[in-house]
Design a protein. Structure first.
Lengths: 251, 248
């Protein structure tokens, strides 16, 4: 479980996050949604420690990440996995080497076991046949699946996904969503996902936080999104005329 | 005051980065793997260009000395002697490192810069890896290790170029060989090696700094690559003045 308490972040005189308070539960896919520039990526970067918040607490199962020293942060980071918008695979390494990398760095397994574990992870994302390829030989969807395999190699407790569906076609997006959701349940991870993909919201949003202009506008889950009377949320989710009509018919 | 503050700030950020770089590697196995790769990439892959440039420069220096310095009032070995001194004292260390700043420096800056803008460095940081040390330390160690070999290749190729000119009949091989051996001071070779260690450190660390601190996209990576070459070249030239004064 990750708990955020009174989180503030600003860049020079521009306040990007204002008083964020929320709980991300384990075994659930927790979504952060909001318009581009609303502050959701900054929120995620604060949670994983790429940005230092100006104020507030980030509690990983009760451990305050903000108050930790560098060594404690490095140790906690070994319990994290992250899938980036651009997949962020190491392009000088093969797919197998990419997935083995966290194991090479932090596990005490021997080479055979590390390789076997990496192959298990690749098998889990149905990419065992691509293990000898380089990232630039893979499609966008395949790269994201490799990134998922790399993120789960060390059995993390916390999984972060920064717009994992960005640049993917709707069908591949659904595959990625299903994979993230299944892995979250299977390993009982606390998964936090930034997205503005409505299929993800409706499909795997066990818990949703809607950020508008840096503050927490709405929280709920996928069953409450369609019927919510929050105007800002409705305007964001049902942005097109077609969806507006569908919602009116539904409500 | 801005023209003073910006370089001081940049130097401060460089020192902060170096403090991160020179920390104990998390896994020595991974460090050595990277170290060997970097020696190959930065050193072995540069041998070709070093040999080619040094050979031709050696030949050109020999011709220039013969045409412009040699006179009936001077001993016949003067051409060989001056060619050797130029190659040992300046070309094989300083000028060769200026050339390497272009080849190796831009390679380092663009490689690390691209890793930064494609979030590969963020991925390392989130895994709990000291990305600065993991990426930069093997490059510095690799280039510093390989530089004496490159300097040696440069010296040999330069003498080879001069000898090729003597075979073409511009001066006799005997005069050249005598000149190359005349009043040989071994310290000049060591001086060349010592200077090149400093230059190798400048090339690897300054280029890595510009790559690591890139913010933005491909345009900024290109700018970082150019900046790294310009600043490495300037620092090598400045360092050359001080090192030559100290070591001579």
């Amino acid at each position: 479980m990750i708990e955020i308490q009174s989180l503030y972040k600003s860049f020079e005189d521009r306040e990007v996050l204002k008083d964020i308070n929320t709980i991300f539960k384990e075994g659930q896919t927790n979504l952060i949604i909001g318009q581009s520039g609303s502050g959701k990526t900054v929120l995620m970067k604060c949670i994983v420690g790429l940005f230092e918040p100006n104020q507030g607490k980030i509690l990983y199962d009760g451990r305050d990440f903000v108050a930790m020293n560098k060594k404690e942060k490095a140790l906690l980071r070994r319990e994290m996995g992250m899938i980036f918008q651009s997949a962020a695979l190491f392009d000088s390494m093969t797919v197998l080497e990419n997935v083995m990398f966290p194991l090479d760095m932090f596990s005490s397994m021997n080479l055979v076991d590390r390789k076997r574990r990496a192959q298990q992870c690749l098998d889990r994302v149905n990419l065992i046949d691509a293990q000898e390829k380089f990232p630039n030989e893979l499609s966008g969807g395949m790269q994201k699946r490799v990134a998922i395999a790399r993120a789960i190699a060390l059995n993390p407790k916390y999984l972060f996904c920064d717009e994992p569906n960005s640049g993917l076609d709707p069908k591949t997006s659904l595959v990625i969503d299903a994979l993230i959701h299944d892995i979250t349940v299977e390993f009982n991870m606390t998964t936090i996902m930034n997205t503005h993909d409505m299929n993800s919201v409706m499909g795997i949003g066990d818990s949703i936080i809607f950020i508008k202009e840096g503050h927490q506008e709405w929280t709920g889950d996928k069953t409450q999104v369609a019927t919510s009377d929050n105007q800002a949320l409705t305007d964001f989710i049902f942005a097109s005329n077609l969806l507006k009509k569908a919602r009116q018919a539904f409500v | 005051m801005k023209f003073l503050i910006t370089p001081i700030k940049t130097f401060g950020r460089y020192l902060q980065l170096m403090a991160k770089v020179f920390s104990r590697p998390e896994r020595f196995r991974m460090f050595f793997k990277q170290y060997i790769t970097e020696m190959q990439k930065l050193g072995v892959d540069s041998i070709g260009i070093v040999l080619m440039i040094s050979f031709f420069i050696g030949a050109v220096i020999c011709i220039q000395m013969k045409v412009n310095i040699q006179s009936p009032w001077m001993p016949r070995f003067t051409t060989g002697y001056t060619t050797r001194e130029i190659l040992l004292l300046e070309f094989s260390s300083s000028i060769m490192c200026l050339i390497l700043a272009g080849k190796v420096g831009s390679n380092i800056a663009s490689e690390i810069g691209t890793m930064r803008v494609t979030q590969q460095i963020d991925a390392l940081d989130i895994m709990g890896v000291n990305s600065a040390s993991f990426l930069i330390l093997p490059k510095i160690a690799g280039l510093v290790t390989m530089i004496p070999i490159l300097v040696t290749f440069s010296m040999v190729a330069g003498f080879g170029g001069a000898y090729a000119i003597s075979l073409a009949g511009i001066l006799t091989p005997e005069d050249l060989t005598y000149g190359l051996q005349h009043s040989f001071n071994q310290w000049f070779v060591w001086m060349s090696f010592i200077k090149s260690f400093f230059f190798a450190y400048i090339i690897a660390s300054v280029s890595a700094f510009y790559g690591y601190t890139v913010e933005g996209g491909s345009v900024e990576v290109g700018k970082a690559s150019t900046d790294s070459v310009v600043h490495c070249s300037m620092l090598i030239l400045f360092a050359d003045i001080f090192l030559t004064q100290i070591l001579s």
